[in-house]
Write a protein that binds this ligand. Structure first.
Ligand code: ADP
Length: 705
């Protein structure tokens, strides 16, 4: 706002004669004392500036307000001290008296002060400017308080409008005054007096007005505009609610801090609804006749309560009927223990528990079972809820399988909402069960110290998985045995030694026989050594064969279709990853051979992996696995649409250490042949005209070996 200098001529006339200490010499001693006293006794800062802008006088109030002493500032430029020119003051002058300007200045010690200033020009007899007197009132505190009040009011207004309930700012000053006047001299309790005079209550309603309402009030009362509601509240209070209004009125007159009741209210269109009415009487506002009330539609509360009840019922149903074992645990007492551990600098709970088993015991003892569902009773072999509910959790954990329990405690300690683990637990009868253990604590549950456990019985699945793991272990074993390819390399060495010994002994024996009188004893010895060497050689061969051939006890009927399927489960995901489709062309019905299923699977796996290597990366890459049978033979085929076998290597495919791959071992097919032959069968390879290779395994049908 533009600076408003006192410019009217009256003021000029008057200001021209304002005496300042400078005028003192011409005023005489008495007058000078008087001016000095006046100049220094006022609350306003008075600063005299000459026409060059230098400070020539500075009163006590200026010293107090600005922190500069008179001595410090005399002769210095006004602009230097005040940070602005004497005539050029800027600022937002809203709320400043006319003729005054608001100035923000910095004191000697750097504090900001706010002053309302007025500048009076000093003129000489000819009307020339000789300087200025600036007077300033320190309004810093006053302004700050006003800003704080404004901020508070803004904040209040924000809350007023943001609150999700209808809020009314009510003026009942008139009604209050009237009511107090009526009650003056009345002996009866006010409630009794008003209850007997509903017409008087109506009159008070009429003189009670809404000063402001929020958006929610407008929508709840169906008002078209705010003005519809900024009237007497009488319209919104049906006759049935006069009693409630009376109770509210009396509590307000009585200075109660809070009032709440269930009542009926009327919308703008006349429709009535059940409301929850709450009034809060802030200290000091009642005397002013000001109240804030909130009105909430009870049907909304009722429906949200119903929703809560419904979700509780849903939760209860789910808890009770779920197929997994559900547990509700109270872990509130673990909180102080965790707090204590944290205070002692524990960061890694697992590590701490490993060293302090006592803490684990304390934590376990601090967790109580609040509730379990029916499935829990069955799974944990309990006959009644009380067998589990209220009891300790310790007994469900075998001492050697505390991993999941510790993991779960660690999750709580680290505020993780979910923890899952495959583990083993104990039933009440001591049976160990494999379970998928899940602990869940949403943030609401967690802060209430509550936990939910879902325990799924995995016994069947674990059995299946165990079988798979066992099978894999067996396969690994089989692979080890089947490193016959490697063994074949040493066979020659193993067998050659006894053979060489036999040859040497045979030759020695022949030489002895050629003598006229052969030493029969020596011949006997040589012959015995030859026999034992021959046995050694045949033992080596027998041993190697025995490694590959199924043991007599393992000669079981094996369905070749299931061998194909099982082999496929082992390498199916690998085929999928490499984009090679697997096609099954299995002869229906049992094509059965006698043998070792694991070893035959190994053959199939080798053949499928070779087919995968040959076909992958080609368009429509696939492996066709087929079975068929004739009277005495069952046939397995593995066919691919890959590179095919170069004709020059066809004859060497099954040789040990023959490979065309940079990283190949060249023993896969050799193993296959050893196994197949050990089963009395044969394996062959051929290219197919359409491209790719076909490997055929023929095995004797069960009963035809
Ligand atoms: P490796 O796979 O380690 O090379 P194998 O004895 O399993 O050893 O295979 C020997 C060789 O036979 C392979 O290097 C490859 O040249 C050839 N071979 C095997 N299967 C196929 C096939 N399905 N298509 C084309 N070549 C094949």
């Amino acid at each position: 706002m533009a600076r408003q200098l006192p410019s009217d001529s009256d003021l000029r006339e008057e200001t021209r004669s304002i005496p300042t200490p400078e005028d003192a010499p011409v005023l005489g001693a008495r007058a000078r004392t008087l001016v000095d006293a006046l100049w220094n006794s006022v609350q306003e800062s008075l600063v005299l500036v000459d026409e060059s802008g230098r400070i020539t006088e500075w009163n006590r109030a200026s010293e107090r307000i600005y922190g500069w002493s008179r001595r410090d500032v005399l002769g210095r430029l006004f602009s230097e001290i005040m940070g602005e020119q004497v005539r050029l003051q800027a600022g937002d002058n809203e709320g400043v008296e006319p003729g005054r300007t608001e100035a923000r200045r910095t004191t000697a010690c750097g504090r900001e002060v706010i002053l309302e200033t007025i500048i009076i020009e000093q003129l000489d007899a000819e009307g020339r400017t000789t300087g200025w007197v600036e007077s300033g009132i320190d309004v810093t505190r006053h302004r700050r308080a006003a800003w704080a009040a404004e901020a508070e009011q803004r904040h209040y207004r924000n809350v007023f409008h943001a609150i999700p309930a209808s809020v009314w700012d009510i003026d009942f000053s008139k009604a209050r005054a009237t009511a107090l006047a009526w009650l003056d001299g009345v002996d009866e309790p006010p409630l009794t007096w008003f209850s007997a005079r509903p017409d008087k209550v109506r009159e008070l309603m009429r003189s009670t007005f809404a000063r402001d309402v929020n958006e929610q009030a407008m929508s709840l009362f169906g008002a078209r505009s705010r003005d519809d509601l900024l009237v007497s509240i009488e319209r919104y209070w049906p006759d049935d609610s006069i009693g409630d209004f009376t109770a509210w009125l009396v509590s307000a007159l009585d200075g109660q801090p809070f009032f709440s009741c269930e009542t009926r209210q009327r919308r703008y269109d006349g429709q009535e609804f059940d409301a929850l009415f709450t009034a809060s009487f802030a200290p000091g506002t009642v005397e002013e006749g000001r109240l804030v009330v909130s009105i909430v539609d009870r049907s909304e509360i009722t429906s949200s309560q119903a929703a809560v009840r419904e979700s509780e019922a849903f939760y209860t149903d789910m808890f009770n009927t779920s197929a997994f074992s559900a547990w509700h645990l109270d872990a509130r007492e673990t909180k102080p223990i965790y707090a204590e551990l944290r205070a002692n600098g524990v960061v890694d709970l697992r590590e701490h528990l490993a060293e302090h088993p006592g803490t684990l015991q304390r934590l376990m003892a601090a967790i109580k079972v609040v509730d379990v569902n029916c499935t829990t009773l069955q799974l944990f072999e309990a006959s009644e809820y009380s067998d589990i509910v209220g009891g300790p959790i310790t007994r469900y954990w075998p001492p050697d399988r505390l991993d999941a329990l510790i993991g779960s405690l660690e999750a709580s300690f680290n505020d993780q909402p979910i923890y899952k683990s495959l583990t083993r637990m104990c039933t009440l009868k001591g049976k160990e069960i494999d379970v998928l253990f899940t602990r869940s604590a949403s943030s609401a549950l967690h802060s209430a110290g509550q936990l939910l456990l879902a325990i799924v019985d995995m016994t069947d699945k674990v059995q299946a998985e165990n079988a798979l793991a066992e099978m894999q272990a067996t396969l690994a074993h089989a692979a080890r045995i089947s490193s016959l390819g490697e063994l074949t390399a040493s066979i020659a060495h193993e067998v050659n030694q006894p053979l060489a010994a036999i040859t040497a002994n045979g030759e020695a024996a022949l030489l002895r026989l050629q003598q006229p009188a052969p030493a029969l004893e020596q011949l006997r010895q040589l012959t015995e050594e030859m026999i034992s060497d021959a046995r050694r050689a045949s033992d080596v061969v027998a041993h190697i064969r025995s490694l590959a051939s199924p043991q007599s006890g393992e000669h079981l009927e094996v369905c070749v279709n299931s061998i194909v399927r099982e082999a496929l489960t082992l390498v199916g995901s690998q085929l999928e990853r490499c984009g090679v489709a697997a096609v099954l062309e299995l002869k229906p019905g049992p094509a059965v051979t006698l043998g070792n299923a694991v070893q035959l699977q190994q053959v199939l796996v080798n053949l499928i992996l070779n087919a995968l290597h040959a076909a992958r990366g080609r368009p429509g890459a696939r492996v066709v696995l087929g079975t068929s049978e004739s009277e005495d033979v069952v046939v397995l085929t593995v066919e691919d649409n890959g590179t095919g076998i170069p004709p020059e290597i066809v004859g060497r495919l099954f040789d040990s250490f023959f490979t065309t791959k940079a990283d190949g071992m060249g023993i896969g097919l050799a193993i296959c042949r050893t196994i197949v032959e050990a089963h009395g069968g044969e394996i062959s390879a051929a290219n197919i005209p359409s491209g790719g290779a076909r490997f055929t395994v023929r095995l004797p049908r069960a009963g035809h070996r």
